[in-house]
Design a protein. Sequence first.
Length: 317
Amino acid sequence: MNQISRDTVAGPPTTSLRRALRILGDPWTMLILKEAYNGERRFGGFQKKLNIPKQTLSLRLTHLCHEQMMYRRQVSPTHTTLEYALTAKAFDLQDAMYSIWLWHEANPSDVSVLPFEIVHRSCGQRISARYRCTHCRNEVLSESVTVEHTQPLQFDPRDRLSRRNDAAVTAAGDLGAEKMVAASLVGDIACNEILYTLFRSPSHLKAIADGLDLGMSVARGRLEKLRLLGLVEERQDGRKLTYSVLPKAEKFYPLLLSIADWGDRWCNDGQPPPELRVHSCGELVHGRFCCDHCGGWIGRENVYVRPRQDNSDGEGS
């Protein structure tokens, strides 16, 4: 009886991040959305730009349509060709997309990953921005946010095997974590949940595995990937290895927060949010990116995309 209860109910309390990642938690999904945000609409265009197998692309686009992130429409009344357009639910994920772009700007590697740049129309500058509280306008940092579970606790209704299957999807293959694209890292649910946990406080391997209902080998493997990315460090603490986030990881924090916030709006099936994120000003975290140049809020209505230019100080046209 106890075993049945553990397999069907027990597990860590669910989070807004986990609920959102059940939709986004696949390495290809965020990469497809990234290209869609950059203007791509055709099946062939996605395939060419991502070098993704046709069957995989078809499955992911079907998934995004099922989750009402995209919809299929005819190109024109006289052409039966279909294209994939983003919905309001997908556009509401804009802060996560800005986070990915800003991450790669701060950690440049292969320019081909993001061959475009985002320009703030209000001031004409390529965006440089910080994730700020809309109440006090102070920057939202991991040290300024407290996460509290709401009562009663909410749990993932799936059985334990289904929950653990989430960790079967990895963000990097044989190329190694150091070449991982931030958008594809979002596709690794376990990596994101480990980071989300460590942003609250350092922890050791067993506590991480137990707290997230991960196998020890899975937790160890993901921690190693995060270590190779320079996001976490490990140190010997007596007989245990303790893990904590490094300063480089702070740039990833707005991405996790914006996805969790999106999960509150779209992924709770009528329930209240499973957690509260409280800023140091005493208000619930409602963050947005604020332009470093002009101080204006950044949104879909006041940005545009252009090909990457060598002169980073060039004015938008």
